[in-house]
Design a protein around this ligand. Structure first.
Ligand code: LLP
Length: 426
């Protein structure tokens, strides 16, 4: 990732600010967001998918400043809870440019989305279709909806983040006929505005053939709906899931290549079936915000365990990055505050939490003289780290600090112990 390059001098600089200054001003641990990098990634997707709408998946990381950046860069926004909706609205994001996801949206959440005028609601169950239909009747509105289709693609990623195989909770099954039945129900009732179909096959995916198969299958349903009902649905959303490089082993596709492949398959399938090419949309989260952030930690202890491995403990851990423990994710780390000529040793970067699975970086070569007080940068932590952070062991969650043009600003402040106590009653 561009954000963290090992600087020759050893003192890493991002957005014109040195990590030493960042640590001095904001403390550690901290998530450091390279604002120019985030904006560049938004633009890369927007330009690559120029004929499509790019919805930033807010679940990867959302706060008001990021909502504004995404809006300024011309993206749409995918939200998946009342909380994300509230954040987006509080930042002034236009509701009609939002999509609302989730397999169990409450009646209240759906009402709020309809009241706010959310552009499209991605329906995920027959129960939800009934709920939304009732709300639309009651309020005299005609919400735009997409039907989320489970296309049966086995995405090659961790099973917890693969979403299009048959046996899981999301969407309407294509094979079992539920997806067609959902479309038919919406069309029969005529209350909701059925705009199109949606597919999301999973996350951190490198093999683009998964998207091609998904597009093909979802378009076969498009054809079926046209043949049975004489309706050509105008929109098609192929979800997010584009992988990023966490280590040098990962080799992600550039947005331009993704766009080319996806557009080509959609066009050729439509051509074969004599379908009008629907307006495409995608929902990248990780690929936009993931590489734009690194976590800055301070080393607290260094322990050599019987010559097996060196454990380098930092002042955060699984409460600010659960991904290593949860998905066996790989990260890298670098000493960011100084240069060292010491020989590299195999180290494991661990946190300060009370369990041995509290690992941030499984294996990394760090200089043998790594020591307490060193600053350690772990790149690629923009997506699903702050957004999945917890207060385990009553550790306050770190701030998010944006850097740009030699200046830093806090966009999410550090939690305090008072914040933690504020919810206790009595
Ligand atoms: N669209 C839908 C419907 C989704 O469910 C998701 C992610 C996205 C878009 C964005 O996917 P992305 O481009 O960010 O991969 N916590 C896991 C990832 C869970 C993804 C959930 N849905 C992780 O840390 O890897």
């Amino acid at each position: 990732p561009r954000t963290v390059a090992r600087a020759d001098a050893g003192d890493l600089t991002v957005g014109g600010v040195s990590v030493a200054d960042l640590a001095a001003e904001h403390g550690t641990p901290a998530y450091v967001l390279d604002e120019d990098d985030l904006r560049a990634r938004c633009r890369d997707f927007r330009d690559a998918f120029a004929d499509a709408d790019v919805y930033y998946a807010g679940k990867s990381f959302l706060c008001k400043a990021v909502v504004r950046i995404v809006a300024e860069e011309g993206l749409f926004l995918d939200v998946c809870s009342g909380g994300e909706l509230a954040t987006a609205l509080a930042a002034g994001f236009p509701a009609e440019r939002m999509g609302f996801h989730g397999n169990n949206k409450s009646v209240r959440e759906l009402e709020r989305a309809v009241e706010a005028g959310v552009g499209r609601i991605i329906v995920d169950s027959f129960t939800e279709i009934d709920r939304l239909t009732a709300i639309a009747r009651r309020t005299g509105t005609r919400p735009g909806v997409l039907v989320r289709v489970t296309v049966g693609v086995e995405a090659h990623t961790h099973e917890f983040i693969a979403t299009a195989h048959e046996d899981q909770k999301f969407g309407f099954s294509l094979q079992g006929g539920a997806a067609f039945a959902a479309c038919a129900k919406i069309l029969d009732e005529g209350v909701l505005d059925l705009r199109g179909l949606h597919s999301h096959i999973g996350s951190q995916i490198f093999d683009t053939s998964g998207f091609e198969v998904a597009a093909r299958r979802v378009l076969s349903l498009q054809e079926q709906v046209r043949d049975a009902r004489g309706v050509e649905l105008p929109e098609l959303d192929l979800g997010g899931g584009f992988g990023i490089a966490y280590t040098t082993q990962d080799d992600p596709s550039a947005p331009a290549d993704l766009a080319k492949r996806i557009t080509k398959i959609v066009e050729s399938e439509c051509d074969l079936a004599s379908l009008r090419v629907p307006k495409l949309s995608i929902e990248p989260g990780r690929a936009i915000v993931g590489p734009a952030v690194f976590t800055l930690y301070e080393v607290g202890t260094v322990k050599d365990v019987d010559g097996i491995r060196t454990y380098v403990s930092v002042d955060g851990g699984m409460s600010d990055n659960i991904r290593t423990a949860l998905y066996d994710a790989s990260y890298s780390a670098t000493v960011a505050s100084r240069a060292s000529d010491a020989e590299p040793i195999l180290a494991r970067v661990v946190g300060k939490h009370c369990e041995s699975g509290d690992i941030v970086v499984k294996d990394e070569f760090l200089p043998a003289d790594v020591q307490p007080g060193d600053l350690l940068a772990v790149p690629g932590t923009g997506a699903y780290c702050r957004s999945m952070a917890s207060n385990y062991n009553h550790v306050p969650r770190p701030p998010v600090v944006a850097v740009r043009d030699g200046a830093s600003r806090v966009i999410v402040r550090r939690e305090t112990e008072d914040d933690l106590l504020a919810l206790d009653v009595g």
